[in-house]
Structures are given as C-alpha cells and as structure tokens.
Design a protein around this ligand. Structure first.
Ligand code: AMP
Ligand code: MG
Length: 406
C-alpha cells in the first residue's frame, strides 16, 4: 500500500464515502432517546398548541367589539384557566378572565394583558388599545399537524425530547447502537492498578477513546491491551471483526520495528489510508476487515485524541445514521506567537477566551504529542493551515471549540 498522504479533509471525505449507516432500528421511549439518531423523519401528529391559548394573564375579548378609543368598559363573564376552559359562551360585548395557557373561549380572539386593565366589580376597564389576535397563540402556532419536526438522522437533543412529547408522542424509532471495539497496543502498557516495572507506562488511550466515543450511541467492547506481537494483534482484530461494526486501536501504526497493526490490517483486511498531512496524528491508518471498519490511531495520547476527534467521531456518527457536520470554526486573535513549518495542517490545543468583546486564543504551552498536559487548560483546537508559516501575536486564527467536536 503506497503512502497516500492525504490532507485531513480529503481523508475524512473518503472515509465518510466509505461508511454506510447501520440499518437496524429499534423503538425507544422518548425519555430514553437522548443522543440517539432518528431512524426516519418524524411528523407532528397534532397541532401544537392544539387549541388557541392565551400567552398572558388578562382578559379575553372580541377585538372588533371595542369601538373608538380606550378606555373600554366590558362586563366580565367567567374565567378560563389552564386546564379549565370556560364552557359557557361569552355574550356579545363581554369579556372573560383568562390566564396563561388557558383556552381562548369560543368566539373570542384577543387578550388584553392584566397590567393594562382595572377590575371594577363585575366589570373590567381596558385602558390601552388592543389589536385583534394580541396575546393569543393560535392553533398550530408552534407546529402544524402533519409537518416535519425531525429529519431522519437527527441526533435527538433535550429540546427534541420536549417537542416530541409536547406533540403527544411517547416512542421514536432510532438506529440501533453501533458496536465499537477498542484496544491498545504496546509491550510497555499497563492497566490502572498494575505495578510498573522498568520502562512501563499506564495505558492512557483506551479510557480516553472509550469516553470520547461513548458520547455517541454506541456499545463499546474493550479488548484490553495487545502486546507488540503480530499473532496476538491478528487474533484480537479477527475476534473484534466478528463482534463489532468499528474497531479503534491505538499504537503500532508508525514505522518502528514493533509497529505491527498496520501490517496485520494489510494482511487480513484492506488498508485504505495510511499517513495524513496532519500534526499530530500523521501515522493514522484506516481500513476495513471482513465486517468492521478499522481505525489505527497513533499511540501518542495527543495524537490519539486529535485523530479520534477529527476523524473517528464523524465516521462513527455517519455509521450511527447521522449526518456529521463540519465542526464549528470560530475566528480568534492569537495571543503569543506560534511556530509552524509549512507542510502539514496542525491542530494545537488552545484556550479560547472573550476579552473586551473580542475572542482571543493562546496555545497551551509545549505541544509535543505525548503531553496530555497540553489539554489541561484547553477548550479548543487551533487550526493552522498546512501552508502557514510562523504566526505572530495578533494574527487571525481559526479555532475549533471542543463543544463542537464532542
Ligand atoms: P506507537 O504509536 O505505538 O509508536 O507509540 C508512540 C508513543 O505513544 C510511545 O511513546 C508509546 O509508549 C506511547 N503510547 C502508545 N500507546 C499508548 C497508550 N495507550 N497510552 C499512553 N501512551 C501510549
Ligand atoms: Mg507502540
């Protein structure tokens, strides 16, 4: 397999083109649907609001009956409160006490707000002019029966859950969870709680990758740590391929003697892409086994995280039935300077802040790809285009806030 060295956006496009959403769907309770992907478009079964309702506390009336200039004096006949509509008809020239959310009584069309009115026994004096329809939420004002409230592939938000429920729905068809297998590779790696021997370090990547990917509706299968041993890697990949839709490993995709992962994929599957014009994360590998798609992320923890955010996440979103959008890009003024050699697109970790109405960003110190410390104060990635040279203080840069990447 020749080195392809695609740019990040070209590589992502190729990966997304290569990804078919999983087809299985299941009905779930709206209350359980947060973060799931709608399997099909959802249409409102009813009008919302289902009846004309008052938007304010006040007095409901017929606007056409107010002749001349205020004040207007109207007899009061009855009350409509939320959940307790007025059943009798309000006679011509009359008005009804009404509260927010209450049904507008039959034949009335307007609400004068209580702040503009004065009670005088069984009469109401309306002191300000009102126009027909004031303070009334018409039937279907929020959504009309039959109109689309969610498109297929929508990732369900808390707001959607509220809207679906307001429309009287209690279940929704969503895509089934994708099964994602993860393992780390490296003879030096230990699980938490183990006692380090000489030259050993704790596996930081599995827990991070698991947490990052678990923000999507997936079931994660954790295959642990594989030694730098091609047979063990082959055996784990073969097992994961039977059990998963996507496999994400870390380590072993570079060009060292112990970097077996890429070679094993080449051997038992199809390596589609290897090495991008990207920093950190250059040696990332992407391919397919018999059943599952495969990402081999580089082992340095920062490279693992950056490639998981920029590549695995959108591909997984597509696999889950979503329509991944480009991450939110926010322009900011650089504080401090950055060194960058033209060649690879780079993503540094940065702290985005608002200062005197301007967005500023500063890099979080040493950006070496082993330094998890570079994430400690970070809330964004700073994107440095591949052709860019060094950046001086005050330069305009593009940031990708983590909120748009997770
Ligand atoms: P590799 O990509 O396997 O060549 O690893 C590159 C660097 O990342 C080496 O310093 C590894 O020790 C380190 N590394 C690999 N995997 C992990 C991991 N799971 N957690 C922490 N560091 C790792
Ligand atoms: Mg390694």
């Amino acid at each position: 397999m020749p080195e392809t060295r695609l740019d990040l956006d070209e590589a992502l496009r190729a990966m997304l083109d290569d990804t078919r959403p999983l087809v299985a769907t299941e009905p779930v309770a709206i209350a359980e649907s947060l973060g799931r992907f709608a399997a099909e478009a959802v249409h409102a079964p009813i009008n919302l609001p289902p009846f004309a309702a008052s938007a304010m506390d006040g007095y409901a009336l017929r606007a056409a009956e107010l002749k001349g200039a205020p004040p207007f004096r109207l007899p009061l006949t009855g009350t409509s409160s939320a959940g307790h509509p007025l059943t009798e008809r309000v006679p011509a020239g009359g008005c009804a006490r009404i509260f927010t959310g209450a049904a507008i009584p039959e034949g009335l069309d307007t609400v004068a707000i209580q702040e503009d009115c004065e009670r005088d026994g069984d009469w109401v004096v309306i002191k300000e002019a009102v126009a027909s329809g004031d303070n009334v939420r018409p039937v279907g004002h929020d959504v009309a029966a039959g109109s689309r409230i969610l498109p297929a592939g929508r990732r369900i938000t808390p707001f959607d859950q509220g809207w679906l429920t307001a429309c009287g729905l209690d279940r929704i068809n969503v895509r089934c969870r994708a099964v994602v297998g993860i393992f780390s590779t490296g003879d030096e790696l230990l699980d938490p709680g183990e006692t380090p021997g000489p030259g050993q370090i704790f596996d930081a990547n599995r827990v991070t990758v698991r947490a990052l990917l678990s923000r999507l509706p997936v079931t994660v299968r954790d295959y642990g740590i594989a030694a730098d041993d091609p047979d063990q890697i082959r055996q784990l990949l073969t097992q994961a391929d039977r059990e998963c839709d996507l496999i994400v490993t870390s380590g072993g995709v570079s060009v060292g003697d112990a970097d077996w992962v890429k070679q094993v994929i080449d051997d038992i599957g199809h390596l589609r892409l290897w090495k991008l014009n990207l920093k950190p994360g250059k040696p990332v590998a992407y391919g397919r086994l018999a059943r599952a798609a495969f990402f081999g992320l580089p082992g340095n923890p920062v490279s693992t995280i950056v490639t998981a955010l920029l590549l695995v996440r959108p591909v997984l979103e597509r696999l889950c039935g979503g329509h991944p959008a480009a991450p939110l890009a926010v322009p900011a003024i650089l504080q401090g300077s950055l060194s960058h050699q033209p060649g690879r697109e780079e993503f540094q970790r940065g702290t985005l802040a608002s200062q005197d109405g301007q967005l500023t960003v500063s890099a979080t110190g040493d950006q070496s790809s082993n330094r998890l410390a570079s994430f400690a104060l970070a809330n964004c990635l700073i994107r440095i285009p591949k052709e860019q040279g060094d950046l001086t203080e005050g330069s305009n840069v593009t940031t990708l806030p983590f909120g748009g990447l997770l």
